[in-house]
Design a protein around this ligand. Sequence first.
Ligand SMILES: [Zn+2]
Length: 174
Amino acid sequence: MGRQIVCPQCRQAKAVRVQARSPREFVASLFRMVPFQCQRCDHRFLARRLGPAIGSQPTERREYMRIPVRLCLSFSGGRVRGEGIVLDLSLGGCIIQSEAHVQVDDIFYLEISLAKDEPPVEAAAIVRSVSARGIAFKFLRRAQEDKRLTAFIQTRAGSNTSVSVEAAQSSLSS
Ligand SMILES: [Zn+2]
């Protein structure tokens, strides 16, 4: 399958991908570099993995428009229960500000209040990152299926977003 890798030593396109076996090769795999071995001269070297790069594939994160918001939410999962403010919302996930101690890959059940007089939108989500910016959740089941969330995001998509970001930040720091 696919193109052949050229051996840097003998310049022949005879190299085949081999299993990583040294710590250096395992570390390299994190950078999408994988070991190859030349079938002609046995030279072993690292080269970029074949096939489309992960970054070149459309990721859910980029497919969705992100809307700066300021919505109350509560979440629960395992022994942790918390409340927070949603700062950034898309159909793919959301970023929240919360005092709760969560860890990456924790799964929570979110209840986001879109409007005061309506029941919250419910979504299962996994923690993707935790930083000073907040806790980033990725929705597990596509929230696209939720008509209210979709309508909410579409309605907000046209509004002036930079104003609402500033409003959210100033009210958080006060
Ligand atoms: Zn070679």
